[in-house]
Design a binder for this molecule. Structure first.
Ligand code: F6R
Length: 627
């Protein structure tokens, strides 16, 4: 979704903004622009397409000044075009905006009736006009913004620049994320800390309906009614290097290769010798965000046990890849913790008027912690009285801040738009969650816990082995180009892994691919099978194996091209497949983490072979902060 960067201070704002926007490219965008106050005038330049196009336009200009805003736009109202790109200006007021103004028709009519000259098709420009109107009356930027807010409905964040008041930026958040970066004699505001990590590690996260006034040496926070708010800043320790490619051709490839480390980082703090401790969850701890780093882990584990003992069922809610991770968790939790689990797509859950019985734990999964539907779903679950638990990657994100309990993927920044390392880190932490829950519900024998923990500890090195086979996955990917379509299939936890494999191929290589439960094949998809259809079978040696082999035979009989992934040197699979890809032998709970890696790599290689933009596939955004 759109990316915002604002800066005031001694550095050249153009450099800070362009570098910040570059770091936000992963969010997906179709145009970009920046505005800087220079010699009392707002210099505004915008361009269609990638940031390079904007860079080409601005590189021969002279840039001075000490205050500016920039934006990457992902079109919602109005086609992608230079005219619709941000920033938008109305008289002395210039703004950037993320989100949607729902009552924009009505505002537009009102403004047109008053003779306003509206230059774009966007809802954003209208807000600039409204602020300009109010500013002319009150001559104070913060008050002008405050007076406009009650006129707007929707979910949106804005950052505003004023020619007549060139020492302040005013920002407002209600929905899409905004974070303030604190510096010495300089301050920043952006959609994501990643844009600012190079300059500061001190941040203030805005909550919904908060206004912030930034000056070079001062930052003040207010409610939307102008009441001052005190908030401590948070120090983050993600270093700038974590957001660089480090010699890999793409962020996605780097992130795939980081997985042995990120999976270990996700679980290690919860493993104590050969047992699991589901700690640092902070259920119902009012001061969790201030005390998170110094939490008494033993006390927190006691608290988690007390809280989860009362839970009788689990709902898991998420979107996309995170939803598939939730599907895997259903198998984990039902088998290990013997608890009923329902799983839902957030955009369905939020509009369905779901029935949430007493003693339900609603768990959301979200890499970004900002996905609009998942955020609305957790809000709804809270309203309906559920206990909520967030599993996310971005600490302090909106979903994280709303939840009663908190778990983290600890995967570090994920820049590639298609999720990879966050998915495997999620599956790893879901292993821990299921084992912890099983202990609490006394459904997990100690010996089984010990074996599964040993298997989790061995996982990173097995992942290294999978990664070392990359040349085979690359060769397999080369053979896939000419098929008319793809069916990914599996049973048990391999079913959501098949869906994830199909999603990766769709997102990255733009092939039509479907993920199916292999047992469903006879109920329809079998009609698709002929020699131009490639079938990717996820077939570890688990208790579904014989059934999956029968499905492969059925595909073979109809001339389908079979690529199978199996455990170790599986002669039976080798015999019946056109291509066989061996995965190190593991147990049923860690298998999904190992088996998804070749699927990520095949999609990656196919995409780069076809010359597509691997890190920013078309039409996709990293953080889906609007519906
Ligand atoms: C797929 C992908 C998306 C996200 C989905 C949810 O590669 O990245 O399907 O998984 O948009 O995003 P989060 O996890 O941030 O809520």
């Amino acid at each position: 979704m759109c990316g915002i960067v604002g800066y005031l201070g001694p550095l050249n704002p153009k450099d800070v903004i362009m570098q910040g926007l570059k770091k936000l490219e992963y969010r997906g965008y179709d145009s970009a622009g920046l505005a800087i106050i220079q010699d009392g005038h707002t210099k505004l330049i915008r361009a269609m397409g990638k940031l390079q196009a904007l860079d080409d336009k601005i590189k021969n200009e002279s840039w001075t000044g000490h205050i500016g805003i920039g934006h990457t736009r992902w079109a919602t109202h109005g086609v992608p075009s230079e005219r619709n790109a941000h920033p938008h200006k109305a008289r002395g007021i210039t703004l950037v905006h993320n989100g949607i103004i729902e009552n924009y028709h009505e505002i537009k009519e009102r403004l047109l009736a008053k003779g306003a000259h509206i230059a774009s098709d966007t809802d954003s420009e209208l807000v600039a006009h409204l602020i300009a109107e109010e500013y002319e009356k009150v001559k104070d930027l913060k008050s002008a913004v405050e007076r406009v807010l009650p006129q707007l409905t929707g979910a949106f964040s804005i950052v505003v620049l004023c020619e007549q008041s060139p020492n302040e930026l005013i920002a407002f958040k209600d929905g899409p994320p905004l974070v303030v970066g604190l510096g010495k004699g300089e301050n920043f505001v952006a959609s994501d800390v990643q844009a600012l990590i190079k300059y500061t590690n001190e941040f203030i996260y805005l909550n919904d309906r908060e206004i912030v006034k930034l000056e070079p040496s001062k930052v003040q926070l207010f409610s939307s009614h102008g009441v001052a708010i005190e908030r401590k800043s948070v120090t983050l320790n993600w270093s700038a290097e974590l957001t660089e490619k480090q010699g890999f051709a793409h962020f996605m490839l780097k992130e795939i290769h980081e997985q042995p480390r990120t999976v270990a980082a996700a679980v290690n703090s919860h493993l104590v010798e050969n047992s699991v401790r589901l700690d640092r969850v902070g259920f119902n701890d009012q001061n969790y965000f201030e005390n998170r780093e110094t939490l008494d882990v033993e006390k927190d584990w006691q608290n988690t046990q007390k809280v989860l003992q009362g839970v009788e069922r689990v709902f898991i809610i998420a979107c996309g890849t995170s939803f598939y991770a939730g599907n895997v968790a259903k198998y984990f939790l039902e088998k290990i913790a013997k608890i009923p689990v329902e799983i839902d797509i957030a955009s369905e859950f939020r509009y369905r008027d779901p029935v949430i019985p007493k003693n339900t734990l609603v768990m959301t999964i979200s890499q970004s912690g900002e996905t609009a539907d998942t955020l609305a779903a957790i809000r709804l679950a809270k309203e309906k009285g559920a206990l909520t638990l967030s599993l996310c990657n971005v600490k302090n994100s909106s979903i994280d801040r709303i939840a009663d309990g908190h778990l983290y993927m600890n995967a570090g920044p994920e820049i590639g738009v298609a999720s990879t390392k966050a998915f495997t880190a999620t599956l790893a932490i879901l292993n821990v969650f299921a084992l912890g829950f099983g202990k609490i519900r006394k459904s997990l024998p100690v010996k089984e816990e010990q074996e599964l923990v040993a298997s989790l500890r061995a996982l990173p090195s097995k992942m290294e082995v999978v990664l070392s086979y990359d040349k085979y996955f690359q060769a397999a990917a080369k053979t896939l180009k000419d098929f008319k379509g793809f069916l990914f299939m599996g049973r048990g936890t391999s079913y959501p892994i098949a869906m994830e494999g199909a999603l990766k191929l769709k997102e990255l290589a733009y092939f039509h691919a479907e993920g199916y439960a292999a047992g469903e094949m006879k109920h329809g998809p079998i009609a698709l099978i002929d020699e131009r259809m490639a079938i990717v079978m996820v077939a570890p040696r688990d208790h579904y194996f014989e059934k999956t082999v029968s499905n492969i035979e059925e595909v073979r009989a109809r001339g389908g091209y079979i690529i199978s992934l199996g455990s170790g040197d599986d002669q039976a699979l080798k015999r019946i497949s056109k291509q066989y890809l061996p995965i190190p032998v593991s147990d049923w709970m860690t298998n999904p983490i190992l088996f998804v890696v070749p699927l990520q790599l095949m999609a990656y290689h196919l995409s780069s072979e076809l010359g597509y933009d691997v890190d920013q596939p078309r039409n996709l955004a990293k953080s889906v902060t609007v519906e």
